[in-house]
Write a protein that binds this ligand. Structure first.
Ligand code: SF4
Length: 376
């Protein structure tokens, strides 16, 4: 695969514990598939381009082909660099898309314990500073939080923030141990695979105890909520998940970047899979939202498939939105058995328009105005 410089691998824990190397059909081992790129993850055109460049035995031609293919794969989708990032150069590694949540990409946390073939943040790992989000300046980051009282959540992400030693982590978050420091920041979330890809980080790594102490202080002294936005491969039974306090959060659909064509599932099929899974779950585990598309206007859930005004329709709603007044709003689109992404959807015949325009941007106007606009 051309996304990453490494041929595909993971930490020794991932390699030894999460992949079933004895499987007769390794290609269908879920973790192998999620971590080891294959040529089939590229389109036929890109496969051919890559193979031709390789056959030329010219390293510069190969490098140029890889660069060209990467730029075709829509790095940093949904306006991550253009719409979500504050304009200041000293805030190169933060995003503020939704009113209450700020994303922090600490520069030393932009590597992972394994590189996932479906990752929508693959552009973080290709060594191109033009598309990489990385925040070095912790003072500017904290100043930004102070200037935005509407924020309540910080999501420290990457990459993987727990790649960093505790000292570095504290350079960004240490002040939150003081409850009087930016009290409007109540929730510190960590987007991380460490819990399952390198659990030693919390048990036997050199600074494991210091890390746990720090997280505990953030909670007990600083009064913050500390949340691990994790990933559980080879899921324990849902009953066991509930016992462990693991709360299913989102079912996400493959985003419009990288190997989307390879991993995508039609929206209709995804909804069926979600509905089947939720029916088999304990009520306590029915917390997952989805299937959800994280797209330019916000997070859009396929809530159902129903007949509306005599037409088979997708029922959708915004779980998150750049414009908070849209959150929770329900709207409809024409049912399409093959559509895999929001920009393929069409409004109902004779019905209201979709909340986004042809470029995927949220339409101007209040939700009421937009939804009341009838096709002429
Ligand atoms: S950011 Fe997350 S999904 Fe992407 S490669 Fe790293 S661990 Fe995998």
């Amino acid at each position: 695969m051309v996304m990453f410089s490494a041929p595909g691998a993971g930490s020794s824990y991932v390699m030894e514990h999460l992949i079933n190397w004895d499987s007769e059909d390794l290609d269908h081992d879920p973790m192998y598939r999620l971590l080891f790129p294959t040529l089939q993850m590229l389109s036929r055109r890109h496969q051919q381009q890559l193979l031709e460049a390789r056959a030329s035995e010219d390293p510069f031609a190969l490098e140029a082909a890889v660069k060209d293919i990467r730029s075709d794969l829509n790095p940093q989708p949904a306006g991550q660099l253009t719409l979500n990032r504050p304009k200041s150069v000293e805030l190169h590694g933060i995003q503020h898309k939704y009113a209450e949540t700020c994303l922090l990409f600490p520069s030393a946390g932009q590597t992972c314990h394994a590189y996932c073939t479906y990752c929508f943040r693959w552009a973080q790992f290709i060594g191109d500073d033009d598309v990489r989000l990385a925040q070095k300046d912790s003072v500017a980051f904290l100043r930004y939080l102070g200037e935005h009282p509407e924020l309540s959540d910080v999501l420290i992400t990457g990459g993987d923030p727990f790649i960093m030693r505790v000292g570095l982590l504290k350079s960004y978050l240490g002040k939150f141990v003081d409850p009087s420091f930016l009290p409007h920041i109540r929730n510190l979330r960590f987007g991380t695979r460490t819990l399952t890809f390198w659990p030693q980080r919390f048990t036997s790594d050199q600074d494991a105890h210091e890390l746990l102490d720090f997280l505990q202080q953030l909670v007990e002294v600083g009064g913050r909520s500390v949340d691990i936005m994790g990933f559980v491969p080879r899921q324990p039974s849902r009953k066991r998940e509930v016992q462990l306090g693991i709360i299913p959060y989102y079912m996400f659909l493959a985003r419009d970047t990288g190997a989307q064509d390879y991993f995508s599932v039609p929206l209709a099929r995804a909804h069926q899979l979600y509905a089947d899974a939720i029916r088999q779950s304990s009520g306590l585990a029915r917390t997952a939202r989805g299937p959800s598309m994280s797209c330019t206007p916000g997070k859009v859930e396929i809530s159902g498939i129903e007949i509306v005004n005599g037409q088979k329709s997708f029922v959708m709603r915004f779980l998150q939105c750049r414009d908070p007044s849209w959150i929770g709003r329900v709207f409809f689109a024409k049912y399409d058995e093959t559509a895999i992404w929001f920009d393929e959807l069409e409004p109902l015949d004779g019905g209201s328009v979709l909340p986004w325009d042809s470029r995927g941007f949220l339409r101007p106007g209040t939700p009421e105005e937009v939804l009341a606009t009838l096709a002429q």
